[in-house]
Design a protein around this ligand. Structure first.
Ligand code: CP
Length: 317
């Protein structure tokens, strides 16, 4: 691994190695995450052009647990507000001997653009780009599923809600199918399904009755209002009536089904509090797992970049 931009094209062995590496950072039988020296002397820059609570904080904690120095650039107070281009911002941050950029951006493809622009040897981690991908979120979700279900084979997973605008759903579908889930269902109104959804290798369902029946894992998504044109916004009350996860709808799934949500959750819109805070919810475990999973991705990307730097020096000698 040199960058981590998307799940697309990554094989089952590599995804499994990422999960195993993440597991190695978790103290056995505890929620505690180990501190290790793998990124000592390295500098990680968090570059978030969109708001974030979970992703930005767990990337910072992950980098610190790896013993890196961490710089959180406050974009709203940076020189981008004076007209500096993204390329110039990056050049200046690179001049500070940065080893890794963790990037969130509203434009799909932003992390790929940056990965093509930076000096070889600098790792780029995609922390969410537009509607395209949120690969570390999908992988921390896979870690959480594996902790609770121990395997992917035979699992039926429903992803429910605003699929159209969700970068998380795209990455989750890729990861689940690569890791061998038996069936992935996308559940929601036809207006919130991507046009090419029927080419993803998933089952499309427009009712919760069809979508949740006999599922092992339910992943709820919020309405991504910031990516919708105002006229196309569904009524929240109507959405909750049809697709909101209540205790009654949860009873359609297997009795030991787990309930997940990448956050932020909108209580009373896509999920009721009794379910979000209930015994089948693993929503806060997902957040905890974000630290170990992000440690895994950062350490693997850095070690790939260091191997490349060494090869380049050797080749140039
Ligand atoms: N799941 C997620 O990306 O949350 P944040 O927007 O808070 O980072």
């Amino acid at each position: 691994l040199k960058h981590f931009l998307t799940i697309d094209g990554l094989g089952r062995d590599l995804l499994t190695e990422i999960l195993d590496t993440a597991d190695s950072f978790i103290e056995v039988g505890e929620r505690r995450i180990k501190k290790v020296p793998l990124l000592r002397g390295r500098t990680v820059v968090n570059l978030f052009f969109e708001p974030s609570t979970r992703t930005r904080s767990t990337f910072e904690l992950a980098a610190k647990r790896l013993s890196a120095d961490v710089l959180n650039l406050d974009i709203s107070k940076s020189a981008t507000s004076k007209g500096e281009s993204l390329s110039d911002t990056l050049l200046n941050l690179e001049a500070m001997a940065s080893d890794m950029f963790v990037v969130r951006h509203a434009q799909s493809g932003a992390a790929h653009f940056i990965a093509r622009s930076v000096t070889p040897g600098v790792a780029i981690i995609n922390a969410g780009d537009g509607r395209h991908a949120h690969p570390t979120q999908a992988m921390l979700d896979m870690l959480t599923i594996r902790q609770h279900k121990e395997r992917f084979e035979g699992l039926r997973v429903a992803i429910v809600g605003d699929i159209l605008h969700s970068r998380v759903a795209r990455s989750q579908v890729n990861a689940l199918l690569t890791l061998g889930a038996e069936e992935v269902r996308l559940v929601g109104p036809a207006t919130l399904m991507p046009a090419a959804a029927n080419q993803l290798g998933v089952k499309l369902c427009t009712t919760m009755e069809e979508g949740l029946a006999e599922t092992d894992v339910i992943i709820m998504l919020r309405l991504q209002k910031e990516r919708m044109e105002s006229g196309l916004l569904p009524s929240e009350r109507e959405f909750f009536k049809l697709y909101g996860l209540t205790r009654e709808k949860l009873a359609l799934a297997k009795p030991d089904a787990i309930v997940m949500h990448p956050g932020p959750i909108n209580r009373g819109v896509e999920i009721e509090s009794a379910v979000a805070d209930g015994p089948q919810s693993v929503i806060l475990s997902q957040v905890t797992n974000g630290i170990a999973l992000r440690m895994a991705v950062m350490s693997m990307a850095m070690s790939g970049q260091l191997a490349e730097r060494a090869a380049a020096q050797h080749g140039g000698a």
